[in-house]
Design a protein around this ligand. Structure first.
Ligand SMILES: [Zn+2]
Length: 330
């Protein structure tokens, strides 16, 4: 856990993590955690990329503490081509325009889902055109608003990764200072790693990048603007410092290893996190406004650097937790 996290933020993260604990409790004795294979790309990360990701991580940690869990509106805007930002100050949500309707990624909190709807309408779209809602993971700040959104747009199909679908269907209680809870909502389609979700002229690739929750996902799609094609990625929540030893849930170490390996293998041009501070959203947005025609969100190098550094930190964190457990066991 980052030392820059405030006590309140640490408590909040711990409480959020608790929403997936029942699965771990219900499970029998878990097998020994996975280990990183010697030929894993996680053990061969370019130190230069780790170094270039350091300032981004420092900025990310600093912004996280200032933005925190504030429930504030953020302007809706077109990021690139078919991709629009419709999230709030603390949590992202994205809209993809296709030739056959809209795909919405995440709905933010129960209490802020109406703001997401307002943003979509401000951009000139109709809520009824949302055909698919993709959920990045089953926490109340990303999926709390899906029940509300489904009552507004009953025709939209909610899709979420196996491992998290049941949590969304069960719902979760509120957490003081964060959000009022995740009302239960029916999942229309359970996603699996490698699935392709197609609507009209857009296909979204579904990647399981679990470890923050058992079904945390990333979504990747393409868009074209001014004759250029871009690869766009919503990088699902992935933390370097989850509870790994002992495992926060059975299989978390394997999930984290595979999740970081996947993220290292992707090469997006435009990329977002589940929280605006994870991709320096405010600075990029303001730079975009300040210089019309520029697009700081097109940032392939920024992704490589940040993911290299965060994946490197995951490996270090795993080693640290293993060493601490070994020491404690003596
Ligand atoms: Zn989360």
């Amino acid at each position: 856990m980052s030392a820059t996290l405030s006590r309140r933020a640490r408590l909040a993260v711990a409480l959020l993590a608790m929403t997936v604990v029942p699965m771990a409790e219900a499970a029998p004795q878990s097998p020994a955690p996975a280990t990183i294979a010697p030929d894993s790309p996680l053990l061969h990360i370019d130190p230069a990329e780790v170094a270039c990701g350091r300032p981004a991580i420092a900025l990310m940690d600093a912004t996280r503490t200032t933005t925190g869990w504030d429930h504030r509106k953020f302007p809706a805007f077109k990021v690139v081509g078919n991709t629009y930002s419709v999230g709030i100050s603390a949590v992202t949500a994205y809209l993809i325009r296709t030739s056959d309707g809209l795909i919405l990624i995440d709905t933010t909190f129960d209490e802020t889902a109406p703001w997401v709807a307002e943003s979509i309408e401000k951009l000139g779209f109709k809520l009824d055109d949302i055909k698919i809602i993709l959920g990045s993971h089953a926490h109340l700040d990303h999926q709390g608003g899906s029940a509300w959104m489904k009552t507004r747009v009953p025709g939209a199909k909610l899709m979420i990764m196996e491992g998290d679908a049941e949590t969304v269907e069960k719902g979760a209680p509120g957490v003081a200072g964060i959000g009022r809870g995740m009302p239960p909502v029916k999942v229309d389609q359970v996603l699996r790693d490698g699935d392709k979700v197609t609507l009209g002229d857009v296909t979204v690739l579904v990647w399981k990048t679990a470890g923050h929750t058992p079904g945390a996902s990333s979504f990747e799609w393409k868009t074209t603007e001014n004759g250029e094609t871009y690869d766009v990625l919503l990088m699902g929540s992935q933390q370097a410092a989850e509870k790994l030893v002992p495992e926060g849930y059975p299989g978390i170490v394997k999930d984290q290893i595979e999740g970081w390996e996947k993220l290292l293998s992707l090469k997006p041009d435009v990329w977002f996190g589940g929280h605006p501070w994870q991709h320096n959203n405010v600075d990029k947005y303001e730079a975009m406004l300040a210089e019309p025609g520029s697009n700081p969100f097109i940032d392939p190098k920024g992704y490589r650097c940040l993911v290299a550094a965060r994946a490197f930190d995951f490996v270090e964190e795993l080693k640290k937790q293993e060493a601490a457990a070994a020491k404690g066991g003596k």
